[in-house]
Design a protein. Structure first.
Length: 465
């Protein structure tokens, strides 16, 4: 019997927005439709909301959406949240999944940061640690592989079908190693994710980069390093028959390079980008300095526009946050020496609000494309669609309600513990109002109501087509 109902939301559909009610029962979506609330007694006779009773007399909790936009909970498949050897004690899977759910992310797939996770025992150990801390359902990625022959079948048996490697330091794998890794993983039914920057080009650029102020960092990681590596990994995937996922494409030119292989039928290739590559260019570094240090580096304003085009036309398959948590004080050190702080930006809590405000509301993409980029396509790539990333009857009741209002971004308004956001001061027009995960209200207005341990590990299979 129904226990919760969202009444009067504008639900994102394949064609746009449509006023619908969403009925939730036992953590799953039981009905979606214009009269669904009335059918479970969750509206009064005049159509207004009330604490309606289901047919057996049990009270239905009614959430009056009052025209807010509703879409599936965001599925973020690239984030760095838990590393005992790297992050301080109070930055961990608990603090970061709290930030995630505050921003409407109800499913995460976490990647290794400094500590490798390359065998079944390491997968199990990380899973157990994260299960105690997670506010949302989660999956894991195995990495960072620098050896050619992992226990791929055993890792897959643990519910982890993704294997991460690098063409650049600090986890550089040689070309022959990557080819062997792809052969092994592809034969086992998995996918290889690759950080695409060619180390030789980075070395060449770094040797010619002088100084330590923030502006020089971008010069040390040129666009050509990304283009060359995406090209080579595309051919490697075809040579080995292994599905390829290119993480954090930083440029429109990089997206076009990857599209050459997407257009071929030989092997699946998916392309991911991140909000910061759509939001910031090299020109922004003068103001924000080390608070924009990220790998690959930021590119030109022209590349941003080309990347938005690739997001809109389907060349880019999905958007993920690439969330990397640090404290403000740690990042401040980069003003004196940009080579000191780790590269990476926090962003999982702001991804949805950014893409609505600067994507949908600015006319760059429509609501259906937003749903594809943040919900359906990442869920498919993770092998959990339609259970996640959809509002189909029978699927997990993971739902986000957005209210459309103007405000200035402020780190003080976020759940993220690091006390900063690169988006501070930007004017946005959409804010996460209510987040439901597994049928329960998990956050309201960036206040986290879920508890550590509420999330469950997702035993995942190969990506869905």
């Amino acid at each position: 019997m129904a226990d919760r109902c969202i009444h009067g939301a504008r639900v994102v559909t394949e064609s746009g927005l449509a006023e619908r009610d969403i009925v939730i029962e036992d953590g799953n979506i039981a009905a979606v439709g214009p009269d669904a609330a009335a059918e479970v007694g969750a509206t009064d006779g005049d159509g207004t909301t009330g604490s309606g009773d289901a047919t057996d007399g049990d009270e239905v909790d009614v959430i009056d959406a009052d025209g807010m936009v509703a879409l599936p909970g965001v599925v973020d498949i690239h984030n760095h949240m838990h590393d005992d050897e790297l992050f301080p004690d109070d930055i961990h899977f608990g603090s970061e999944t709290a930030s995630a759910v505050a921003g409407g992310v109800t499913t995460v797939v976490e990647l290794p940061t400094q500590t490798p996770v390359t065998d079944p025992a390491a997968v199990r150990a990380k899973r157990e640690a994260c299960e105690e801390l997670s506010h949302v359902d989660f999956g894991l990625v195995a990495g960072n592989f620098q050896e050619p022959n992992p226990d791929a079948e055993e890792v897959l048996a643990e519910g982890v079908p993704d294997f991460k490697t690098f063409t650049a330091e600090p986890y550089l794998a040689e070309d022959r190693t990557i080819l062997e890794l792809m052969s092994t993983v592809g034969a086992a039914g998995g996918t290889v994710r690759v950080h695409c920057e060619t180390q030789g080009i980075l070395d060449h650029a770094r040797a010619r980069t002088e100084g330590s102020d923030p502006g020089v960092y971008m010069d040390s990681r040129p666009l050509r390093a990304e283009l060359d590596a995406i090209n080579r990994m595309g051919w490697f995937a075809e040579e080995t028959g292994c599905p390829l996922h290119v993480v954090h494409v930083s440029s429109g030119s990089g997206a076009r390079e990857g599209a050459r292989f997407k257009s071929r039928a030989d092997v699946p290739v998916t392309l991911e980008t991140c909000p910061h590559y759509l939001a910031f260019s090299k020109a922004d570094v003068a103001e924000k300095g080390p608070f924009l240090k990220v790998n690959p580096s930021l590119k030109s304003a022209d590349e941003i526009e080309r990347l938005w085009d690739a997001v809109a036309d389907g060349t880019i398959d999905l958007v993920a946050s690439e969330h990397f948590p640090t404290y403000r004080a740690e990042r401040e050190r980069g003003w004196d020496d940009i080579w000191e702080p780790y590269a990476g930006l926090p962003g999982i809590e702001t991804t949805l609000e950014f893409l609505v405000s600067e994507g949908v509301h600015e006319g760059r993409i429509g609501w259906p494309r937003l749903r594809e980029l943040l919900c359906a396509r990442p869920a498919a790539a993770a092998g959990v669609y339609p259970r996640k990333g959809s509002l189909r009857v029978g699927t997990d009741a993971d739902i986000v309600l957005l209210r459309e209002e103007d405000y200035a971004v402020d780190a003080d308004d976020l759940a993220f513990v690091g006390d900063w956001t690169p988006y501070a001061g930007r004017e946005w027009s959409a804010r996460v109002d209510t987040v439901i995960a597994g049928g329960e209200v998990a956050a309201r207005d960036h206040e986290v109501l879920a508890d550590p341990g509420d999330g469950a590990f997702l035993h995942r299979g190969p990506a869905a087509e």
